[in-house]
Design a protein around this ligand. Structure first.
Ligand code: NAD
Length: 475
């Protein structure tokens, strides 16, 4: 079918075009390591065309009434919903997410994000009076959106929906590791009536296509989600033109069990959370802090829960833990597990060797470390794999110090039989989001980090505001 071929082209100015470089990037299947697809590597000329198309589309799209922009987004959500199975399967193959999680989270979350954005856009006053001044809230302009591979559709939608709702136009550079759903999304957006040029999709590497996009003279705002390493580099490049940035970076989040917490429930929750998407989640609660006297019980529960999560084929409906997304990830995660052992942490489950019978593909064993010291590398650095560190603590003050004692500040969790006590602890945690006694993750409340986890917020009203710039008319 014609469309299947079009999916592997660049989407520029509303048309599918081959990369002028003629170069292709190979995408690997997570469960086998075999080639899954080839996508174009955008050249400098392609990038130029894409940014110019976005700039040319800006006056028309920003002048489109907000109600019409909201309707286009709702139609995009409908299109995503109708193609759930195709999108979910594609993500399971390129990222390795178990198919049930792909449907519910990888495709389900973007639908909620669009709904929350549309609702906020309809409510948000785009003009207000401040004394004698009429304050207009104008679209930021041409947005460069750069996204990672772990939740490929969600990360794109979390930028695209608010940017488009605000009246911005977008050049999207998706991750070279998991680019496939972006092509489907572009087709869905075109079918939903999004004008040509309002969304342009490029595939390419970060160091070439990504950096050129960040430095482009016509880019007015950069919205980046990815590693702190790349976030730093992009921030430096953006400083040259003082381009405003939204930065959603890495994390090393702590789940703190206070003295009176329901230990079984909290430890189980932490393992499921930390191992979701094989641990490739920026908010993963990868450090479990427990009072020293409760450590053995917590480790027992965590190890037992982890051992029930047998890795398996992501396309199998029964699988709860799939492979990692790439060979690079596999090497990285195994190396961290080895470092944990060498540093003297106690291996309570898993290990660096491949799971039995799964020598092909990027599988790793769900791993739990006990007796982890807060300063060990495995307790400080983002591993991005199914590796949990149980860290014993002596006092609540020490727990807070340890929880706040990494360079990151994305998410956290706290558990106590006394909700007020848990809330008080949560107030002192230095991070953007805290789950209190297992409170559900929201896709409309502000989401983002502090410290090396970045700045700026996504989702709902706060996400929309990233793409609006106030202008004062003095009357
Ligand atoms: P990455 O930083 O390697 O790549 C992310 C994107 O940036 C890719 O599209 C890549 O091509 C591009 N890129 C890389 N270097 C670049 C450069 N110098 N200039 C411009 N673009 C560049 O990250 P990844 O491995 O794809 O994703 C995993 C990371 O993303 C983890 O650190 C994770 O915590 C983080 N993440 C954060 C959030 C959040 O909301 N805070 C969400 C998901 C993932």
């Amino acid at each position: 079918m014609a469309e299947a071929r079009l999916e592997y082209r660049l989407f520029i100015g509303g048309s599918w075009v081959p990369a002028s470089s003629g170069r292709l990037i190979e995408v690997e299947e997570a469960s086998t390591g075999e080639p899954l697809a080839e996508v174009p590597e955008a050249s400098e000329a392609d990038l130029e065309e894409a940014v110019e198309a976005a700039a040319a589309a800006l006056p028309g799209w920003s002048g489109t009434p907000i109600e019409e922009r909201a309707s286009v987004l709702e139609r995009i959500a409908e299109g995503i919903s109708q193609r759930t199975e195709e999108l979910a399967t594609s993500i399971s193959r390129e990222v390795g997410t178990p198919i049930r999680h792909s449907r519910a989270i990888q495709v389900g979350n973007p639908l909620q994000i669009i709904a929350g954005t549309v609702e906020a856009a309809r409510r948000e006053p785009l003009e207000e009076e401040v004394g004698n001044v009429r304050v207009l809230r104008e679209p930021a302009g041409v947005v460069a959106a750069i996204t990672p591979w772990n939740y490929p559709l969600q990360q794109v939608v979390a930028k695209l929906a608010p940017a488009l709702a605000a009246g911005c136009t977008v050049v999207l550079k998706v991750s070279e590791v998991a680019p496939l759903t972006a092509f489907t999304l572009a087709q869905i957006a075109a079918d939903a009536g999004l004008p040509g040029g309002a969304l342009n999709v490029l595939t390419g590497y970060g160091a070439s296509t990504g950096e050129r996009l960040v430095c482009h003279r016509l880019v007015d705002h950069i919205s980046f989600t990815g590693s702190t390493r790349a976030g730093r580099r992009i921030s430096r490049l953006a400083a040259e033109r003082v381009t405003p940035l939204t930065m959603e970076l890495g994390g090393k989040s702590a789940s703190v069990l206070l003295d009176d917490a329901e230990i079984e429930k909290a430890a189980k929750f932490c393992v499921y959370n930390a191992f979701l998407n094989a641990g490739q989640t920026c908010t993963a609660l990868t450090r479990l802090l427990v009072p020293r006297r409760l450590q053995e019980r917590a480790v027992e529960v965590a190890a037992e829960t982890a051992s029930k999560l047998a890795p398996g084929d992501p396309l199998d409906e029964a699988t709860r833990l799939g492979p990692l997304a790439s060979s690079r990830q596999l090497e990285r995660v195994r190396s961290y597990i080895r470092q944990g052992v060498q540093a003297g942490a106690r291996l309570a489950a898993g290990g660096a060797e491949p799971p039995a019978g799964l020598e092909r593909g990027f599988y790793v064993r769900p791993t739990v470390f006990a007796d982890v010291e807060p300063e060990m590398v495995i307790a400080q650095e983002e591993i991005f794999g199914p590796v949990l560190s149980v860290i014993p603590y002596e006092s609540e003050e020490a727990a807070l110090r340890i929880a706040n004692g990494t360079p990151y500040g994305l998410a956290g969790a706290v558990w106590s039989a006394d909700q007020e006590h848990a809330l008080d602890f949560a107030r002192h945690m230095r991070c953007g989001t805290v789950e209190v006694n297992g409170g559900a993750f929201s896709l409309t409340a502000p989401f983002g980090g502090v410290k090396l986890s970045g700045h700026g917020r996504e989702f709902g009203r706060y996400g929309l505001e990233e793409f609006l710039v106030p202008k004062s008319l003095q009357l």
